[in-house]
Ligand binder design. Structure first.
Ligand SMILES: Nc1nc2c(ncn2[C@@H]2O[C@H](COP(=O)(O)OP(=O)(O)OP(=O)(O)O)[C@@H](O)[C@H]2O)c(=O)[nH]1
Ligand SMILES: [Mg+2]
Length: 208
């Protein structure tokens, strides 16, 4: 897929204020600092589109980006950031869960995992939560440029094994580097395939 346009549309904490769910949508989620915003920028080839930072906790809202005027990429705040208050964490939990539960046009949750790490409990728990809700998701391993491909493959294999403790099948896996553009084609092809079959879902309008 060729990316012709990628535009910031809005930032929100409330599902009721999101654009109408009439276009296919893909949400990027994962631990704080895992590289969600960087990956979005890499996929669309626009460096400053989603705000990135070396400091965890940069993205704090649900951010919608419209791609080729036809589908949405959604940048979400990360989970597991230790240095935010308990009440902020609870707020996060509430609005992310609400978004995941209610967004009719959400086609797939892209769960980002740091490829340098052994399987982390928080990531496995998040995947299990998606599985319980029956939400389609894929695993996107990030920062593959930071170590050898052997090390990446080992961590991917361990994660796959850990998931098989609770899932019959492991979802699709993508290995990426936002620095080097690794995984771009594969992810865009995956999105394109789903977009082809998209039909506008029935949805509630909030001003009824
Ligand atoms: N080497 C390398 N660095 C990366 C890659 N992806 C992200 N980074 C760096 O990791 C840091 C965090 O990246 P972000 O994209 O802001 O991470 P995020 O998941 O959006 O973080 P929050 O919004 O805070 O949850 C930045 O310093 C990025 O430059 C990658 O593929 N390779
Ligand atoms: Mg971010």
């Amino acid at each position: 897929m060729i990316i012709k346009t990628a535009d910031f549309i809005c930032s929100n904490t409330q599902v009721s204020k999101l654009p109408p769910p009439v276009k296919p949508e893909y949400a990027f989620i994962g631990r704080s600092n895992v590289g969600k915003s960087s990956l979005i920028n890499m996929l669309v080839g626009k460096k400053g589109l989603a705000k990135t930072s070396q400091t965890p906790g940069k993205t704090q809202l649900i951010n919608h980006f419209l791609i080729n005027e036809n589908w949405y990429l959604v940048d979400l705040p990360g989970y597991g950031y230790a240095r935010i208050s308990k009440s902020k964490k609870e707020d996060w939990d509430k609005f992310i869960r609400n978004y995941l539960n209610k967004r009719e046009s959400l086609q797939c949750v892209m769960v980002l995992i740091d490829s340098r790490l052994e399987p982390q409990k928080i990531d496995l728990e998040f995947c299990n939560m998606l599985g319980e809700k029956g939400l389609p998701f894929v695993l996107v391993f990030t920062k593959a440029d930071k170590q050898s491909s052997i090390k990446t493959d080992q961590n991917v294999a361990k994660f796959r094994k850990a998931l098989l403790a609770s899932f019959e099948e492991v979802p699709d896996i993508f290995i990426t580097s936002s620095e080097e553009g690794t995984g771009k084609e594969d992810i865009l092809n995956f999105v394109h395939g789903i977009n082809q079959n998209f039909e506008i879902p029935e949805y509630k309008t909030f001003d009824e």
